[in-house]
Design a protein around this ligand. Structure first.
Ligand code: DAH
Length: 352
């Protein structure tokens, strides 16, 4: 009886799978080799299954040979797997854009994307600007670093004026100030636009101030200025009512009280019915039922003159809305310092 040359066949099969594992280009190709050789119906697996069919004498030696081939193929696959991983790592490290400080889960899937959203101050500002825009107001933006003239003098607040004391600010070595109010834009607007015109301008203002729950050294205002040949307090008041109805989503009762500001004559404080108690009286409104919201008035002739206009020919009204205050009321924020405190836990409550 001729001897079956299974030894040569098994060796050749083993060597061929070892060779194929050795040239697998990447981990997918290697996995395919593994399945084809050692999988449920893989070539080596089928050889193993034949062991039982061989005549008794050959069985043991054949079994050993196949087991040996299997072990070699397994080893070759493991070696190739390690080599592929090492090549990948080397390529990553050689990539100048590779950043080893990025955690692998982020590197593989990309940083989780979080939707941003507007800060509550921006939201209120955009809303108010939209209301005024719909009434024909231009939306402007003026510098935070301002000349003493635009911030004070032009607004009828000369150096000796006591009103300067209430608006102490940060002075720069150049003699400029960090603006104490958005009223700095009034004279700039008067010099820029040919009357009649109407505009609002919002932004950060600064005060040299001991801070507490209702005072911060940096806060936001929105200024409005309207110039025409004839203006009226009735028109001013109605514009403010329109604004408040839009912001609060309903009619809000208002009242005017006399108020002094050097750059308006007459000047007013506009109060709104307390939105917490509805006017009945509560701690927020000091039991009065009213909250001071925005000062306003008819533009002082001196300011018109500083802006190059003849007060006999032109009139104006103006207001300075505390945007920070409005945002606090709108969102029931108890401490003004939260607004610019930079604490994401606070800001993220206003998403969506
Ligand atoms: N600029 C004033 C302040 O910050 C607020 C103000 C009052 C603005 C009256 C105005 C105004 O336009 O008419 O205290």
């Amino acid at each position: 009886m001729a001897a079956v040359d299974w030894q040569g066949d098994v060796d050749a099969a083993g060597a061929s799978w070892v060779a194929r594992a050795g040239v697998a280009a990447d981990s997918d190709a290697l996995r395919a080799v593994e399945v084809d050789a050692l999988g449920k119906n893989g070539a080596i697996t089928l050889l193993l299954r034949q062991v039982g069919q061989l005549p008794g004498g050959d069985r043991r030696a054949f079994g050993q040979a196949v087991a040996q081939a299997k072990a070699e193929v397994e080893q070759a696959i493991a070696a190739r797997r390690a080599a592929i991983a090492a090549d990948l790592l080397a390529a990553e490290l050689a990539d100048p854009t590779f950043d080893e400080t990025i955690p692998p889960e982020v590197a593989l899937q990309g940083a989780p994307r979080r939707m941003g959203h507007l800060h509550p101050l921006c939201r209120v500002q955009e809303e108010v600007e939209a209301v005024f825009s719909s009434m024909g107001f231009a939306v402007l933006d003026y510098p935070e670093v301002e000349s003493e003239f635009n911030n004070f003098e032009a607004l009828n607040i000369p150096a000796w004026h006591p009103a300067r004391e209430t608006q102490d600010t940060f002075w720069l070595r150049s003699g400029h100030v960090l603006r104490t109010h958005t009223s700095n834009g009034q004279v700039r607007a008067l010099h820029t636009f040919k009357p009649p015109f109407r505009a609002v301008f919002a932004g950060k203002v600064f005060r040299y101030e001991a801070t507490d729950a209702s005072h911060d050294h940096t806060f936001h205002q929105l200024e409005g200025l309207l110039v025409d040949r004839v203006v009226s307090i009735g028109h001013l008041l109605d514009s403010m009512r329109t604004l408040l109805a839009a912001v609060f989503g309903r009619e809000v009762p208002v009242r005017l009280r006399p108020g002094y500001f050097p750059f308006v004559e007459p000047g007013f404080e506009l109060d709104i019915a307390c939105q917490l108690c509805g006017g009945a009286g509560c701690p927020a409104c000091k039991q009065s039922g009213w909250l001071e919201l925005l000062p306003c008035g008819l533009v002082h002739p001196q300011v018109l003159r500083a802006g190059g206009l003849d007060p006999a020919e032109w009139q104006g009204w103006a207001f300075g809305l505390g945007l920070s205050r409005l945002a606090m009321m709108r969102y029931a924020i108890s401490d003004v310092r939260l607004l610019l405190g930079g604490d994401l836990r606070f800001v993220q409550q206003f998403g969506a």
